[in-house]
Ligand binder design. Structure first.
Ligand code: C2E
Ligand code: CA
Ligand code: CA
Ligand code: CA
Length: 278
């Protein structure tokens, strides 16, 4: 009986431990971070490759923990997605980004603000309604908002995705297909989605100045984009050589460390101010 009792106690402790572990686990960390507002928008400028004028920016999330550490998105986005926390995180992030940049968005009606949205969120019920009310509450025009949908994950329900893209565009939003060339982006899928913009992944930009076959691929993507009346943004630009190579392929806009890394709002606004007075 002593053995049975200790086994039962052991099982009870095990159960309690697993319960606490669940509460203390990584998903609980995400919930706490959400409750404390630890997810912050950083902003990376998107610029005209020829004039270097800043046309807009991409919101890139950073988890600023209480201990001062900064967690990069790849370390928590997958869990946020699988645990259903990505929706709340994305809305919180957009709300903060709109508040941060509202003066600038009002002063420059051409300035575009891009938000990354995972396919699962894009296709979830109420996405467009919440987007409209969040943007409306900030009194920002839908024309200034770009929804970036990554092609890394499969947008399996292409028909439904295309319908959402079309409805977004009806409301004035713009849509960009992210990471083109590295994911499941069949060329026919690009056409079927009906987005405004394609974003060429850093993977191609890395070798464009040194590899002729990369140049051919980028030229092909630009030709396709033109055919479909889509614009092209190249990401991950680090050198002037890459800018020259991209311009000769017909790419018009880009982003990358050459101009700026993703910046906290204060530094980003300072960059915009410096550019304005220059
Ligand atoms: P992405 O959307 O393709 O974003 C571009 C990534 O390239 C960013 O990494 C950016 O910091 C980085 N990058 C930009 N220019 C350069 C450059 O010149 N050199 C180098 N080495 N890197 C550059 P980050 O911020 O770590 O984000 C990684 C990915 O995490 C993003 O890739 C995106 O897929 C995801 N992500 C970031 N923020 C969010 C978010 O708010 N929501 C969602 N759903 N995903 C996000
Ligand atoms: Ca993106
Ligand atoms: Ca991208
Ligand atoms: Ca990318």
């Amino acid at each position: 009986p002593a053995i049975a009792l200790s086994l039962a106690l052991g099982a009870l402790f095990g159960l309690l431990l697993s319960r606490t572990r669940r509460v203390e686990g990584p998903v609980a960390d995400l919930d706490r971070a959400l409750a404390r507002g630890e997810f912050s928008p950083y902003f990376q400028p998107i610029f005209d490759l020829k004039t270097r004028q800043i046309k807009g920016c991409e919101i890139l999330v950073r988890w600023l923990r209480a201990d001062g550490s900064v967690v990069p998105p790849m370390n928590f986005i997958p869990l946020a997605e699988s645990s259903g926390r990505i929706q709340g995180m994305t809305w919180q992030l957009l709300g903060r980004a709109l508040a941060d940049l509202q003066p600038h968005l009002k002063a420059d009606k051409e300035f575009k603000l891009s938000l990354n949205v995972v396919p699962k969120h894009l296709l979830s019920a109420g996405f467009i309604e919440t987007l409209r009310s969040t943007v409306g509450a900030a009194k920002v025009s839908t024309r200034q908002i770009v929804i970036e949908v990554t092609e890394r994950d499969e947008l399996d329900d292409l028909v439904r995705a295309a319908a959402v893209v079309s409805e977004l565009r009806d409301h004035g939003f713009r849509v960009a297909i992210d990471d083109v060339g590295v994911g499941h982006s069949g060329l026919s899928r690009l056409k079927a989605l009906g987005a405004n913009t394609i974003k060429i992944d850093k993977f191609f930009v890395d070798t464009i100045a040194v590899d002729a076959s990369t140049t051919t691929i980028v030229e092909m993507l630009v030709a396709l984009a033109r055919d479909l009346s889509m614009s092209v943004i190249a990401e991950g630009i680090e050198t002037e050589e890459q800018v020259r190579a991209l311009i000769s392929c017909g790419v018009e806009e880009g982003q990358g460390y050459l101009v700026a890394a993703p910046l906290p709002v204060k530094e980003f606004v300072e960059l915009l101010e410096r550019r304005k007075s220059a």
